[in-house]
Ligand binder design. Structure first.
Ligand SMILES: N[C@@H](CCC(=O)N[C@@H](CSC=O)C(=O)NCC(=O)O)C(=O)O
Length: 280
């Protein structure tokens, strides 16, 4: 791993690294926040998945998470949102597909199937790497925003025993039924929509029956003034699916808030506390 930067904040250290990823067959960058407690003990970790157009840097610069993470003793790991080293047709033309828009799935359609394996990267490779190199326990939780909220939900719902809790801000909750998801899934997975369902939180939640004794702690904040809410996000579909299978869900509809990091920074501390309680 190549250390790109190291910055002290709230008595902990924010570090950015570049490394060679086997999942995406190229260089990947990620950020890790190590709270002060990590100097003397192993600490639990929250993975944060960012949204469309983001890199590993949006969250670390805008969310305002480190004061609370330092207080709790919680590490935070922020991966990039797609592979970066390729130049496929249409890869860099739009904000909602290709670079910056990996959707945290494993692509099966060429040429993206060669490198766009963000699900494997986030669920397997990155945790192995950070657990080997940093004083981090094997207790993990996951959160994210918009496309990253979708990513957090599918990672946790496909691996309910691997994560202690999942939360999301304004997630794309039913991607098989919205324009962002339809565009991405067609490009990465092809036209057979039955293959899309294993990457859709609202479809996946139905598989949880019988897998967990008490359900997976699941917490969502959604701004009511979010311009993407009706067309792209559809949290009510996930809420209904959870109710159908008896999966507890806390979905808070926050009056006046939009889709931005101003919304995330308003509630991130409550999400960190939610995860820390599940991790403790
Ligand atoms: N057209 C906009 C859309 C991009 C946008 O809103 N990106 C969000 C995530 S949306 C869903 O995944 C974001 O997090 N932006 C980065 C930020 O720092 O706010 C555009 O191109 O800006």
């Amino acid at each position: 791993m190549e250390l790109l930067s190291s910055t002290k904040t709230h008595a902990g250290w924010l570090k950015r690294y570049r490394h060679k990823s086997t999942s995406v067959k190229g260089d990947m960058t990620f950020a890790v926040y190590l709270p002060p407690q990590a100097e003397t003990q192993r600490v639990p970790v929250l993975y944060w998945l960012s949204g469309l157009t983001c890199t590993d840097e949006n969250f670390i610069q805008k969310a305002g998470a480190f004061r609370k993470a330092a207080e709790l003793g919680l590490a935070i790991v922020c991966p990039d949102t797609s592979p970066r080293g390729t130049d496929y047709p249409n890869e860099h033309e739009s904000y909602d597909f290709g670079s910056g828009a990996g959707f945290y799935i494993n692509a099966t359609v060429e040429p993206y199937s060669g490198t766009y394996h963000m699900y494997d990267y986030v669920v397997d490779e990155l945790p192995r790497l950070v657990e080997e190199h940093f004083p981090i326990t094997e207790k993990r939780s996951i959160s994210g925003h918009s496309m990253g909220g979708h990513g957090a939900l599918i990672c946790a719902l496909k691996n309910p025993n691997r994560y202690q809790s999942v939360s999301a801000f304004a997630p794309i909750a039913n991607p098989t039924q919205c324009p962002w998801g339809e565009k991405a899934f067609t490009g990465y997975l092809g036209n057979d929509k039955t293959t899309w369902e294993e990457w859709d939180a609202t479809c996946l939640v139905k598989n949880l029956i019988g897998q967990l004794q008490q359900g997976l702690p699941l917490f969502i904040d959604q701004g009511e003034s979010d311009d993407f809410l009706d067309e792209q996000l559809k949290p009510q579909a996930l809420e209904a699916a959870c109710e159908e299978v008896g999966q507890p869900i806390t979905l808070r509809r926050q009056a006046g808030y939009d889709h931005s990091y101003f919304f995330i920074s308003s509630f991130i501390e409550e999400h960190l506390e939610f995860h820390f309680n599940a991790l403790s």
